[in-house]
Design a protein around this ligand. Structure first.
Ligand SMILES: [Zn+2]
Length: 357
């Protein structure tokens, strides 16, 4: 079944992890054996061939670079200008993938439809189809000034999540309590005038409230699970889920194991011992469906290349191609075929078509 994944950090993996994503996952792992500089070395689950194998023909792919003030404990760049330059290196990688026929950038209604038709055409083997990507910026720190958003829109940026981890220049992120700064509020207005998609993932509770009050355009939560099941500020409360449902948002279920099961300790817990498998994602889906009364607001935002690998992923997933196990698991949990199609791709498609019509 055709799949849309609304959160992958492909270019970060290419440029900072030095992964040639045109290679199979097995070759990337082999090449990284013995490396210790990143926690997920030799355990990655994502590459372009694996996406094709899993019929994941459309993804939302990020640019991501944080700015850090003196004394910050988080990794990042020491100036917004350096962070911007890093996102431009990431953009250059996406462009070379387009040039190579490996990927195709999706920026509007027509290119979206063309890409879907390409993947519906069974006369061409999936192995020869390009991976479509919608460009998203995770954390707005790298926008040196607000007018940089226009530059980014011009090269195809269509989604923006103002925050990531830590204090941000525009909005506080996960691990802080801060809402939007004055610059952040102006940024939201600018996004509104460009009719961009606002990604609320990584906003604080305060930031979420402010964004929902101010923002008029389309809103989604690209990679987000439920706080009722796994208590952490990074997850959505029931009230936030209800508000998102009212606004017609879609929530991408995330597969980072610590957000799936309660009590995960990073770097210590192991997926099998914690019972972290794909069924735990369906627990989160069930919870949202109960609040919504339907399956119209859940989808996939796997984050499977977000600085973790098999050590922090569901144990029944070896590569991202195993997302194809979800339809059967959903069926066993009682989901109707029409709902399964919505979760795998239909809900994101409806959202995008509505936003871009
Ligand atoms: Zn994230």
């Amino acid at each position: 079944m055709f799949i849309i994944d609304a959160h992958l950090d492909l270019a970060m993996n290419a440029m900072e992890w030095n992964r040639d994503l045109t290679l199979p996952v097995s070759e990337l792992r082999e090449r990284e054996t013995g490396l210790r500089d990143k926690p997920d070395r030799a355990r990655n689950t994502v590459s372009l061939p694996a996406l094709r194998e899993g019929k994941i023909g459309l993804v939302v792919a990020t640019q991501i670079a944080r700015y850090v003030r003196k004394g910050s404990q988080l990794p990042g760049w020491n100036s917004p200008q350096q962070a911007w330059a890093q996102t431009q290196a990431q953009l250059a990688w996406y462009k070379t993938m387009v040039d190579a026929g490996e990927m195709v950038q999706i920026m509007h209604f027509d290119s979206l439809d063309t890409q879907i038709k390409k993947w519906e055409d069974h006369s061409v083997p999936d192995l020869h189809k390009p991976i479509g990507f919608i460009l998203s910026l995770e954390g707005a720190d790298s926008l040196v000034r607000i007018d940089y958003l226009e530059k980014a829109y011009a090269y195809g940026l269509r989604v923006l999540g103002p925050a990531h981890y830590g204090e941000g220049r525009y909005a506080g992120g996960t691990g802080t309590d801060a809402g939007f700064s004055e610059a952040g509020k102006s940024l939201l207005k600018e996004m509104d005038s460009l009719h961009m998609i606002l990604d609320v993932t990584h906003l604080t509770d305060q930031g979420f409230k402010e964004a929902l009050n101010v923002y008029q355009g389309p809103i989604w939560a690209s990679h987000h699970n439920c706080r009722a099941l796994v208590k952490n500020q990074r997850q959505l409360t029931n009230d936030q889920i209800r508000i998102l449902i009212e606004r017609g948002a879609v929530i991408g279920g995330v597969l980072d194991a610590w957000m799936l099961t309660e009590g995960w300790i990073r770097g210590v817990s192991l997926p099998k011992a914690m019972g972290a498998n794909l069924n735990r994602l369906i627990d989160h889906y069930d919870h949202i469906c109960q609040l919504a009364g339907n399956a119209d607001h859940i989808a996939i935002g796997s984050d499977l290349d977000g600085a973790f690998g098999t050590e922090q992923s569901p144990y029944d997933l070896d590569t991202i191609a195993d997302l194809q196990k979800l339809p059967e698991l959903l069926s066993l949990r009682g989901y109707a075929d029409t709902d399964i199609q919505k979760i795998m791709h239909g809900n994101w498609l409806r959202f995008l078509r509505t936003a871009w019509q």
